[in-house]
Design a protein around this ligand. Structure first.
Ligand code: BGC
Length: 416
């Protein structure tokens, strides 16, 4: 949308009383957690796009994958009466902010004008709207059930990409025998939980849904959950001893360099491989976590705008920019994610991106699409954090698998 169209929109919305004032701000201060090399490259695409429309970018980065630290900083700023113009946010956090604070700007004027209702999948709209109004602009769709494998390390381990749990273990064993760290991982709760997403999904879509979305006690504490924790223990045995506290992008770097065999991580990891000049199919390969083919656990980065006494021209320009189809292609090609709109061509995407788009469309149409627990799209932050605690305590050897399943039930019940 051009500056002129934004002004027209503001003018007509003001006539209809849609927003209180039409204060114009020329800069947007954006709070986000995109601080790794690949993420920063994607931020550059957004910044440039906005600058092209005369909207300046004031950077407010808060390091910490998964965004928990960013949410803490955001809360402190809002409480102090110093909300940023816009903030990156995930799933249930958006719902929570909308319900509990009422401070999010209403984006309906721009959403209606641009027809967002028709192009954003319902699974995303579920988080972008509150009381029928658009309160967030989705910039992408990521998914968590991916594995990123060093191509040479896989060739040395037999060359066959694993399609089920048993084949995965065979490849990990072979990598171990070849003297590399089979599983590159960073010991941070959200990273442990990202693997757990995929392990639980690998034991069945119904099980994933029952445990994480319906929060069914039988699923949370039953035999399948004990098996999920057993599998986490097995995976832990392929991680090196220095994993504690390691950032996710440093684990990606191990796979890029070949000291690590594979990483189980959302598709933001692809941004690191691309940023290092690597090519899918040649230097690395991307596969769905073995046993989860056809299923997708998604999360979507969305931008909410803070209502600062009326929507500003810059906020509307940013929302329109984020949703522009050309921008969605350019941004997501770099970020590793796929567009949040259904009408964007996959022509500019690499093979992993094309697969990501096809998988998402297939899962969305066929009922195989589920919100990611680890990335705030299955349950509220209180429940997510309770699950994180149990998964990490178990991964670090505090509980055996049976105790972890019992603790999971207690933690989720207490958090609701
Ligand atoms: C976000 C991604 C981000 C990743 C690691 C996820 O929660 O959706 O955009 O790259 O965390 O920081």
């Amino acid at each position: 949308m051009t500056g002129k169209r934004v002004s027209k929109l503001l003018a007509s919305a003001a006539v209809f009383g849609v927003f209180a004032t039409s204060a114009v701000a020329e800069d947007v201060e954006v709070l986000h957690w995109w601080t790794s090399g690949g993420e920063a490259a994607a931020v550059g695409v957004l910044k440039e796009d906005l600058q092209g429309q005369g909207v300046g970018w004031l950077d407010m980065p808060v390091a910490g994958g998964g965004g928990s630290d960013a949410m803490t900083v955001l809360r402190a700023r809002v409480v102090a009466g110093d909300a940023p113009t816009a903030a990156q946010m995930l799933g249930f956090d958006i719902k929570d902010w909308a319900e509990s604070t009422g401070k999010l700007a209403d984006l309906n004027a721009v959403a209606d004008e641009e027809g967002w209702d028709d192009v954003v999948p319902a699974a995303l709209q579920e988080f972008s709207k509150h009381d029928g109004k658009w309160i967030a602009a989705p910039v992408n769709v990521h998914s968590t059930n991916w594995v990123w494998i060093n191509k040479s390390a896989l060739d040395a381990a037999g060359g066959k990409a694993p399609e089920n749990w048993e084949e995965l273990i065979t490849v990990l064993d072979a990598m171990q025998a070849n003297g590399i760290t089979p599983l590159a991982h960073g010991g941070q709760a959200w990273q442990d939980a990202t693997i757990f997403d995929a392990v639980v999904l690998g034991l069945g879509a119904d099980f994933y849904k029952a445990a994480f979305i319906d929060m069914d006690e039988g699923a949370l504490g039953g035999e399948q959950m004990v098996e999920a924790f057993n599998r986490m223990e097995k995976l832990r045995s392929y991680v090196d001893d220095n994993f504690s506290g390691r950032d996710w992008n440093l684990a990606s770097a191990m796979v890029i360099e070949g000291t690590g065999g594979m990483q189980m991580m959302g598709d933001w990891a692809k941004g690191e491989f691309l940023n290092a000049g690597q090519t899918p199919g040649e230097d690395f390969i991307c596969i769905r976590f073995p046993g989860t083919q056809g299923l997708v656990t998604f999360n979507s980065d969305q931008f909410v705008m803070f209502d600062q006494g009326g929507a500003s021209e810059a906020q509307f320009a940013m929302a329109a920019s984020v949703m522009n189809p050309t921008f969605q292609s350019a941004f997501n090609v770099v970020k590793g994610s796929v567009p949040a709109r259904t009408d964007v061509s996959d022509a500019d995407f690499d093979d992993c991106g094309k697969k990501g788009m096809a998988d998402f469309a297939e899962a969305n149409a066929g009922g195989g699409l589920y919100g990611s627990m680890a990335h705030g799209h299955a349950n509220p932050a209180s429940v997510k954090n309770a699950i994180y605690d149990v998964v990490t305590a178990h991964f670090n050897g505090e509980y055996d698998a049976a105790t972890a399943a019992e603790e999971l039930v207690n933690a989720v019940l207490a958090a609701q």
